[in-house]
Ligand binder design. Sequence first.
Ligand SMILES: Nc1ccn([C@@H]2O[C@H](COP(=O)(O)OP(=O)(O)OP(=O)(O)O)[C@@H](O)[C@H]2O)c(=O)n1
Ligand SMILES: C[C@](O)(CO)[C@H](O)COP(=O)(O)O
Length: 237
Amino acid sequence: MRAMQNFHPRHFAIVPAAGSGSRMGASQPKQYLELLGKPLIRHSLEVLCATPEIDKVFVVLSVGDAEWKRHDWSGLGPKLVPLFCGGATRADSVLGGLRAIVREAEQSDWVLVHDAARPCLARWHIEKLIRDLAHDEVGGILAVPVADTLKRSDAHRHVLETVPRDSLWQAQTPQMFRYVMLRRALEAASNVTDEASAIEAAGLRPRLIEGDATNLKVTYPLDLHLAEWILTNRDSR
Ligand SMILES: Nc1ccn([C@@H]2O[C@H](COP(=O)(O)OP(=O)(O)OP(=O)(O)O)[C@@H](O)[C@H]2O)c(=O)n1
Ligand SMILES: C[C@](O)(CO)[C@H](O)COP(=O)(O)O
């Protein structure tokens, strides 16, 4: 890690793509399922690579990933770098990616972690996150306020209580933090499902930057149809 003072921090994207897609139940990991004629992961990689503020895009793949090389990624340009260092969990994969870029990243460079499983990322999502967090000491995440009434259930799916939704947000990606802060937080954290949780566990408070519901995570088969509809009907990217 380069410790030099960095007055013009760069922005690196890390895209964890080493999951198996068990909830999708498809014959291959969901990042490679076809969405509008291309692998699902390609949609967000194209947007990340085309965003001028992003210097490089590192894709974290499973060590044994044989699918990546079956596709031609050259159209995305020189910013795109595959790393075959995925781990057992999403957090392990992100940490593996951070360790792999240690010679490239300076401590204060920004890292934007984006799920390969969120193909509807738009340029404005990235630009708003970067703009709004540019002078923030901690960093933050894209998120949307919870819109539905929330119920907590018992083991038999009866309602135990209604949970007040005031101040509740749904976390999305990208999640943007300084290289060194994120790496240390993930090294110290356990059982976290996003980067912000690791930063929170370190006693810090990530900011919530309002995005929108189009940036959905493809988890179940229905989500693929929703993503297709969003990408087809969106005005501009
Ligand atoms: N060991 C893992 C697990 C997940 N991910 C990535 O983290 C993102 C969000 O995870 P999720 O939607 O849960 O994907 P999967 O783990 O593939 O799905 P499932 O939980 O249904 O198995 C995905 O881009 C996924 O590829 C990863 O890089 N390494
Ligand atoms: C990071 C994330 O997409 C934010 O909503 C989410 O936490 C990933 O969770 P998963 O359980 O790995 O799907």
